[in-house]
Write a protein that binds this ligand. Structure first.
Ligand code: NAP
Length: 305
């Protein structure tokens, strides 16, 4: 059993972790720019942007802090599949574009998985392309899906030794739960994955030194479902109404009952979210470097952009 030395809880402050990641990226970005490379992230939205406005604004602000150019392209709600694929092909071929993000949701006539697969893997800063997902299965972890990578980064910040750590992941979606499980396996953790057919969730969550929760159900994990001293990484983002009628954002974990039991816990908001956006910027840096290496290997000379 490998848990915190005392049961006194420690908040895992995502904003502080994000600040450290961004400061590091900013320095590396300056060095990349001094070699003539100017990473640029393109954010694609389709139709009404109200559901993603806050996220996009936050990404833009964070990109600016990291020294990355950020450009928004909005397509009309009735854009055809063919038109959008053509636009993606043009961005894939444009050397000034080093990363592409497709903001979700997109209108139902567009197949999001097909669009994600149409982003060139070298520009796939979200880590959503099947090739990017496949890479993490093969232990190539540096362009992993952002939320999954951010969640594992927060576990690392506890200082716990990951080799042999018993971890339970609740939720097994393609973009969050499954990649988290693969990243943890690469670190040497013993991983249990739970989903809606899991017979007794508490049996699995209670045995774990660390619990990751990515479901989208507020209050799913309560204090009696975790081992004293465990690390609790809450990925859920849910909007609820308080008794006074106010809208509030909460995670999947019942923070108040888990906090006194946990060794470490991520708050929502302010936990996984800011680290996810910082990870997007880190992926942009990694992608830009890879494109540069790829170009130089292909053409035998530095690329002018
Ligand atoms: P999703 O695609 O809806 O997947 C939810 C997962 O939860 C599914 O694997 C589902 O399993 C499982 N599940 C459903 N009911 C369950 C139960 N009672 N017990 C255990 N597992 C259950 O959602 P997602 O995209 O992974 O997102 C999950 C949450 O994370 C959402 O709240 C989302 O808003 C949030 N999120 C946060 C960030 C961030 O940056 N912090 C980023 C992305 C997503 P089945 O498939 O078997 O039904």
């Amino acid at each position: 059993m490998q848990v915190a030395a005392t049961h006194e809880h420690k908040d895992l402050n995502g904003r502080a972790v994000a600040d450290q990641i961004l400061a590091d990226i900013h320095d590396q970005m300056e060095s990349l720019k001094s070699h003539g490379w100017k990473p640029k992230l393109i954010s694609i939205t389709v139709g009404d942007t109200s559901a993603v406005e806050v996220y996009v604004r936050n990404q833009k602000r964070t990109a600016e802090r990291a020294g990355i150019a950020f450009e928004e392209r909005n397509f009309s709600a009735d854009v055809s599949d063919t038109e959008l694929h053509a636009a993606l092909a043009a961005m894939n071929a444009d050397p000034s574009v080093t990363g592409i993000i497709i903001q979700r949701p997109v209108p139902s006539h567009l197949a999001i998985k097909k669009l994600q697969s149409a982003v060139h893997p070298l520009k796939d800063v979200e880590g959503m392309h099947p090739a990017s997902i496949g890479n993490i299965v093969y232990n190539q972890l540096d362009l992993a899906p952002c939320t999954a990578a951010a969640s594992v980064e927060l576990l690392k910040r506890t200082g716990l030794r990951l080799q042999g750590l018993e971890v339970t992941v609740v939720g097994h979606s393609e973009i969050v739960g499954k990649p988290i499980a693969f990243l943890l396996m690469s670190e040497g953790c013993t991983v249990t994955v739970c989903h809606h057919m899991t017979r007794n969730l508490a049996v699995h969550s209670r045995q774990a030194d660390a619990v990751f929760v990515a479901v989208g159900k507020p209050g799913l994990i309560t204090g009696d479902m975790i081992k004293p001293g465990a690390a609790v990484i809450d990925i859920g983002i849910n909007q609820i109404q308080t008794e006074s009628g106010e809208a509030r954002i909460v995670g999947d974990v019942d923070y108040h009952s888990c906090r006194p039991i946990a060794g470490w816990i991520t708050p929502v908001p302010g936990g996984v979210g800011p680290v996810t956006v910082a990870t997007l910027m880190r992926n942009t840096l990694v992608a830009a470097r890879r494109q540069r290496q790829h170009y130089e290997a292909e053409f035998g000379k530095p690329m002018a952009v």
